[in-house]
Ligand binder design. Structure first.
Ligand code: MRU
Length: 368
């Protein structure tokens, strides 16, 4: 995506790889929108920490980061024993997988890299394949988002107000984004509309990241407090909802996404407003049989008890908001049932949640 940094327009992907130095390049998302800075991770353990600590976040972006991290870890192996190499790769895989549990993209991305690596007969061959496979995952992610934009743009008509939740924009992917892809394509087709970004407490990805992206792309928008959506629905001021997902169950059509998504789906249903979920194919989990089995990340209570921002000098600061001595519960995600979802916008077209399984082969299912 093009970003204006210090008055200069530059093209960036959210996640890139420095082949010569074996480093993953990431945008330090915790500093946005106040500071735009890129960082690099020196080894797979640092890459896993960057995922865990949300330097990089968003299902597609952590998928690509994990794929590159696996290649980074594999390429750092210097010994000659194949069994030791395989043990090492398993250790790298587990470190990256365990960094964040809810999104399925990192697991799908790394399994794909490992499936391709198996074709290499030597350690060197597997190391080379690992990097090519991670690169292919990142490139496919961009193409998937482009196709989501093509299919989803037709849903956006002149004069609409669109509600989004969290950040499912280019920062949450390698480029373009999933929920934002139809928005950017409709904008390119010269349609006029407006976006409401849910603030998305506690980490405020809507107020900080989505609002920043939309401002960069000159999309008219307002940030709203998470509690304001009900009022806007009631007054007929929201015509469509488009969100992303961290894990969508191919067997049931249930959607795990940032905490608060379910409440918006209930409101949309109550007010007969269409509710869409935009996902690349790597977000589909074909194994789980129930949304109740999706691991929901419990995050540190400090996220709820306070807030981060920038002081007048631009330095990042945390302030305590809640009553001193009170504790908080902080589930990071929730699961929206299929009956509340109007459609799933995929790179292969728009499907009703119940249609995913029937179209599984077209949607990338490789099992039986
Ligand atoms: O905790 P985050 O910021 O990684 O959560 C991100 C979201 O929930 C996004 O909405 C989600 O990843 C779907 S779009 C990739």
């Amino acid at each position: 995506m093009q970003v204006i940094v210090n008055g200069r327009t530059r093209q960036y992907r959210t996640v890139e790889f420095d082949t010569k130095r074996n480093r993953v390049l990431l945008i330090e998302q915790r500093l946005l929108p106040h500071t735009f800075k890129r960082i690099e991770t020196q080894d797979f353990a640092a890459t896993a920490r960057a995922i865990r600590d949300m330097v990089v976040r968003g299902a597609g972006a952590i998928g690509a980061t994990a794929a590159y991290g696996l290649a980074q870890g594999a390429r750092a192996f210097k010994r000659r024993s194949m069994p030791a190499f395989q043990k090492h790769v398993q250790r790298v895989f587990e470190a990256l997988r365990n960094a964040r549990p809810t999104a399925v993209d990192p697991v799908n991305a790394m399994l794909e890299v490992r499936r391709k690596m198996a074709a290499g007969n030597t350690i060197e061959a597997q190391q080379e394949i690992a990097l090519a496979a991670a690169q292919a995952f990142a490139d496919d992610n961009v193409e998937d988002c482009r196709a989501i934009g093509k299919h989803g743009a037709a849903l956006i008509r002149d004069g609409m107000n669109i509600l989004t939740h969290c950040n499912a924009g280019w920062l949450a992917f390698v480029d373009i984004g999933s929920a934002t892809a139809p928005i950017y394509t409709a904008q390119a087709q010269d349609r006029k509309f407006h976006v409401y970004c849910d603030e998305t407490r506690p980490r405020c990805q809507g107020a900080t990241l989505t609002a920043w992206e939309l401002a960069q792309q000159r999309v008219p928008h307002h940030v709203i407090a998470d509690n304001a959506a009900g009022h806007l629905f009631q007054r007929g001021q929201i015509q469509i909802v488009i969100v992303g997902s961290d894990r969508t169950l191919g067997r049931t059509g249930e959607v795990a996404n940032k905490i608060g998504t379910y409440a918006k789906a209930v409101l949309a249903h109550r007010h007969r407003v269409p509710f869409y979920v935009a996902i690349p194919l790597s977000t589909i989990d074909w194994n789980l049989k129930s949304g109740a089995a999706i691991p929901i990340e419990e995050r540190d209570e400090t996220e709820v008890l306070g807030a981060w921002g920038a002081d007048s000098r631009g330095a990042r600061r945390y302030v305590r908001v809640a009553n001193p001595g009170s504790h908080a519960k902080n589930p990071g995600f929730d699961v929206t049932p299929a009956e509340l979802i109007t459609g799933i916008i995929t790179p292969k077209g728009i499907f009703k949640p119940a249609e995913l399984w029937d179209n599984r082969h077209q949607l990338g299912f490789t099992g039986r």
